[in-house]
Design a protein around this ligand. Structure first.
Ligand SMILES: [Zn+2]
Length: 128
């Protein structure tokens, strides 16, 4: 993946503007900031609304991997010795831990679809 020569970030090829001279190796965001392309021409730039919608979908997909260790820690620290809720919570936690990878794989298609829906349409120009 190419690197922007202004902000040194690495993006897929689609996130770069086209042209020679000052427009060479410049990412869309830096191109708009520097006034090299207008915001309308940069169809591929994620504005803040689109960016936050994409982040929300990504967070929803991966947040479960944050919650499971958190709940295990809660069980170990607080609920392990509590009768009978410690046992009930353990069973729920075990089921959750075992079902999460299955659910994660099962929802993969929905996730790709949602992300594709929130990706601006882009046609790669000739020669790129
Ligand atoms: Zn840049």
């Amino acid at each position: 993946m190419p690197t922007c020569r202004h902000c040194s970030s690495t993006y897929p090829r689609e996130q770069f503007i086209h042209g020679n001279g000052p427009k060479t190796q410049m990412c869309v965001r830096c191109g708009v900031d520097q006034g090299l392309v207008s915001k309308e021409d940069a169809a591929n730039m994620f504005d803040s609304g689109l960016g936050s919608a994409r982040l929300q979908i990504i967070a929803r997909r991966y947040s479960i991997f944050l919650y499971i260790p958190l709940l295990w820690t809660l069980w170990i620290m607080v609920l392990r010795d509590v009768q009978p809720w410690g046992l009930y919570f353990l069973l729920v936690l075990l089921a959750m831990t075992l079902l999460t990878p299955v659910w994660f794989i099962y929802r993969g298609g929905q996730y790709s679809g949602d992300l594709a829906r929130l990706t601006p349409p882009y046609e790669r120009p000739e020669g790129h």
